[in-house]
Design a protein around this ligand. Structure first.
Ligand SMILES: [Zn+2]
Length: 640
C-alpha cells in the first residue's frame, strides 16, 4: 500500500497563518500515521503563485512578481519544518516543471474537444478572481469582499465542464467516501442539482500577463485555478514519472471548505476529460474562528503561530489543533482553550502518567523492567486485548479522518493507566516481598503502556513520541504499534530514568502578540546589548535566514544623509535593501561588495522605498564596517 496526500498549494498573497498551519499539520499527521502502518508515503505541499491578486500585490510592494513570489514562497517553505512538518516535495507553480505539465494537460483536454473559444460578459470581482451571477451577489456586492464587481466582456477559452455534470454526479454517488465528511459531499451534490456552467480557463494578456501561456494561443494565459490544481500531478512527474504511476492511485487531498468547489467539481472533471483516474479522497475541514469570524488575512484576527509555538512548544500546538477541531466542523480558537488543554491533557494526564510510572519503576525496581513480568504480561489475554482494541479504534478513527476521536481514544487509555496506579497502589505492594511479582507486573504494564502511547501520539507529536521511546531505551526510528515487537524491544534490561517533566504546567494565559510588540518597539539598529537575553535557544537563532549577497547597484537616497538604496543579488533573485551606511561608505565603494544579509526580515518602508532585509555591520567607534565573507562564495549562500 502507498499513501499520497496534498495540502492545497497556498496562495502567496498571505503569509503562513493558523489556517495554513492546521491543514499542513493534518497532512503531516496523516502521513506519519500511514508510515506507522508501514505504508510507503508521499506528502506534497507548496505555493500557488499566478493570477491577478499576485500581480496586484507585487505592484503594491513595488517589486517584480517573481521577486515577490520568491519571498513569500520561501516564508512558507521555512515555516513548516519549524512545526515538525516533513514534506516529501514542495512545489511552486512558477517552476518550469509545472509550466510544462500545464501545457501538456491543456493540449490533452483540447485534443479531446473539450475547449472552445467564446465570448463572455459578466460581473467580475478582482479579489475573488471570478465572475459572479446576480444571484450570488449580496446587495449587488461580492459576498466576500463587499465591493461591487465590475462588468467585463471579453473573449476567452472555455472548458466544457457541463459535459461532465452527469458523469460527476454518478461518480460521487458510486464513491460515497470520495468527498468527506458527508456534509460536504451533500453540499456538492446539491450544487450539482443545478445546471453546471462551462469554466472560463483563460485570461487575455491585455489584462493579465502573470500566468502560464495557453499553449495554442500565446495571447492568453491560463486561469489560476486551472493551473493550480494540476500541481498535484506535476509533483509526481505526470504523465510518465515513476512516482505518478506509484502514488497517484492513492491520492488524497486535504482542503479548507472555502475551496471545496474547485476541488470537488473543477478538478475531477478536468481529470476525467484528460483521461486520468480521479483522486481517492477529498478531505474537507472547517475554519478556526475567533470572535465568530473566518480566520483569514483579509478579515484580520490572525493568530500568530510563532507566538503560539514559543509559548507552548510544537508538540502542544500540534496536539491542540488535532484534538480540538472535529474535522469538518468549525472550531473556536482561544489562548484560554489552548492553556486548558495544555494543562489538563498534557501536563496532568500524560505528563503525570509518565512521571509517576517511571519514578516508581526507578524507586521499586532500580529503573529496570522485569523481563519475566514482560513475558507474563504478553500471556495476559485481557491486557493484550485491551491494547489490540485501542490500536484498532485508533486506526479506524484516523482512516476515517477523525484525528480528534483518535486522540480522545488514546487519552482514555492514558486515564485508565492513571487509575490503575491509584487502584494497584504500587507503594503498598512494595511494602512486602510477597507482592514482588504483582508489583513487577504493574510496573511492566505501565512501561509497556507508555511505549505504546509514545507510538500512538507520534503522528501528532513526533518529538514527544520519539522522546518517550528514547527514554524507554527504545530506538525511535523503529517506533511501532506492534505489541509483540514492543515487548521484545523492552527486554533490553537497561535502566530507565524519568528525566525532566514532559509538559510543565503553564500558569497563566499568554498575551497574544505581547512578544512581537516588545521586539518591534525597539529600534532595530541601536539596541542596548544589556536588553538582550543572556541565553537564546538554537530555535531562536534558526529563525534568522542569513545569506550572502552581492551588491549590484547602490544609489544615495534623496533627502537622506544616511540612507543608500542597494540592489543585492541572492542566489536567483534580486533584493532591494535600504541601509543607513552612507556616512561610512560612498555608493561607488559599495558596488561589487559581498555582504551578509538577514533575508527574512519583514519588509518595511524607508523614505518611500520598500526595503526587504537588512545588512549586517559591525559598529566601530566612529564608523560602520560591513561584514563580508573572507573567501568567495556564491550569492545566496547560507550563513550559520
Ligand atoms: Zn470578491
Amino acid at each position: 500500500m502507498a499513501f499520497y496526500i496534498t495540502t492545497p498549494i497556498y496562495y502567496v498573497n498571505a503569509k503562513p497563518h493558523l489556517g495554513h498551519a492546521y491543514t499542513t499539520i493534518v497532512c503531516d499527521t496523516l502521513t506519519r500515521f500511514h508510515r506507522l502502518l508501514g505504508e510507503d508515503t508521499y506528502f506534497l505541499t507548496g505555493t500557488d503563485e499566478h493570477g491577478d491578486k499576485i500581480a496586484e500585490a507585487s505592484k503594491k510592494e513595488g517589486c517584480p512578481p517573481q521577486d515577490y513570489v520568491d519571498y513569500v514562497s520561501a516564508l512558507f517553505k521555512i515555516t513548516w519544518p519549524k512545526f515538525d512538518i516533513k514534506f516529501s516535495d514542495f512545489i511552486r507553480t512558477t517552476e518550469p516543471r509545472h509550466k510544462e505539465v500545464v501545457s501538456r494537460f491543456l493540449e490533452k483536454v483540447n485534443d479531446k474537444g473539450d475547449i472552445y473559444f467564446g465570448e463572455y460578459g459578466g460581473l467580475y470581482c478582482v479579489g475573488c478572481e471570478r465572475f459572479y451571477t446576480e444571484k450570488e451577489l449580496v446587495d449587488g456586492l461580492c459576498p466576500d469582499h463587499k465591493v461591487a464587481p465590475k462588468f467585463i466582456e471579453e473573449k476567452n477559452y472555455f472548458f466544457r465542464m457541463s459535459n461532465y455534470q452527469d458523469w460527476l454526479i454518478d461518480y460521487i454517488k458510486q464513491n460515497p467516501d470520495l468527498i468527506r465528511p458527508e456534509r460536504f459531499r451533500k453540499e456538492v451534490l446539491s450544487f450539482l442539482s443545478e445546471p453546471l456552467e462551462d469554466l472560463c480557463i483563460s485570461r487575455p494578456k491585455t489584462r493579465l500577463t502573470w500566468g502560464i501561456d495557453i499553449p495554442f494561443d500565446k495571447n492568453y494565459v491560463t486561469y489560476v485555478w486551472f493551473d493550480a490544481l494540476i500541481n498535484y500531478i506535476t509533483a509526481l512527474g505526470w504523465p510518465d514519472g515513476e512516482k505518478y504511476a506509484h502514488y497517484w492511485p492513492y491520492a488524497e487531498h486535504c482542503v479548507a471548505k472555502d475551496i471545496l468547489k474547485p476541488h470537488a467539481i473543477f478538478w475531477p472533471t478536468m481529470l476525467q476529460s484528460a483521461g486520468l483516474p480521479i483522486y481517492k479522497h477529498l478531505n474537507v475541514h472547517g475554519y478556526w474562528q475567533m470572535d465568530k469570524d473566518k480566520m483569514s488575512k483579509s478579515v484580520g484576527n490572525v493568530v500568530d503561530i510563532f507566538t503560539l509555538r514559543e509559548e507552548f512548544g510544537v508538540s502542544a500546538v500540534r496536539y491542540f489543533l488535532m484534538r480540538e477541531m472535529n474535522f469538518g466542523l468549525d472550531s473556536e480558537f482561544s489562548y484560554k482553550r489552548v492553556l486548558e488543554r495544555y494543562n489538563s491533557d498534557l501536563a496532568n494526564d500524560l505528563g503525570n502518567l509518565w512521571q509517576r510510572s517511571i519514578t516508581m519503576l526507578k524507586k521499586y525496581s532500580g529503573g529496570i523492567v522485569s523481563s519475566s513480568a514482560l513475558s507474563s504480561l504478553a500471556q495476559d489475554s485481557d491486557w493484550e486485548n485491551t491494547l489490540k482494541l485501542l490500536v484498532k479504534d485508533y486506526t479506524i478513527h484516523f482512516s476515517h479522518m477523525r484525528p480528534s476521536e483518535a486522540l480522545k481514544r488514546v487519552w482514555e487509555f492514558v486515564s485508565s493507566l492513571n487509575k490503575r496506579i491509584d487502584v494497584d497502589a504500587p507503594w503498598e505492594l512494595a511494602k512486602s516481598e510477597d507482592n514482588r511479582q504483582k508489583l513487577d507486573l504493574v510496573l511492566a504494564s505501565l512501561v509497556k503502556g507508555l511505549a505504546l502511547i509514545g507510538a500512538l501520539i507520534w503522528p501528532v507529536m513526533p518529538i514527544t513520541g520519539e522522546e518517550f521511546w528514547r527514554r524507554l531505551g527504545l530506538a525511535p526510528e523503529s517506533i511501532t504499534l506492534d505489541s509483540a515487537a514492543i515487548t521484545l524491544a523492552l527486554g533490553h534490561g537497561k535502566v530507565i530514568e524519568p528525566g525532566e517533566a514532559f509538559f510543565k504546567r503553564a500558569e497563566k494565559e499568554p498575551e497574544p502578540g505581547a512578544k512581537e510588540k516588545q521586539v518591534s518597539s525597539k529600534d532595530s539598529k541601536e539596541k542596548a546589548p544589556e536588553g538582550r537575553p543572556e541565553v537564546i535557544t538554537y530555535d531562536d537563532f534558526a529563525k534568522l535566514d542569513l545569506q550572502t549577497g552581492l551588491i549590484l547597484e547602490a544609489e544615495a537616497v534623496k533627502k537622506s544623509e544616511k540612507l543608500v538604496k542597494l540592489t543585492i543579488k541572492l542566489s536567483d533573485t534580486l533584493r532591494t535593501i535600504v541601509a543607513g551606511i552612507r556616512k561610512s561608505y560612498t555608493p561607488e565603494e559599495l558596488v561589487g561588495q559581498s555582504v551578509v544579509i538577514v533575508a527574512n526580515l519583514a519588509p518595511r518602508e524607508l523614505m518611500g522605498i520598500k526595503s526587504h532585509g537588512m545588512l549586517l555591520c559591525a559598529s566601530g567607534p566612529d564608523t560602520l564596517s560591513l561584514l563580508t565573507p573572507s573567501r568567495e562564495v556564491p550569492p545566496g549562500s547560507q550563513v550559520s
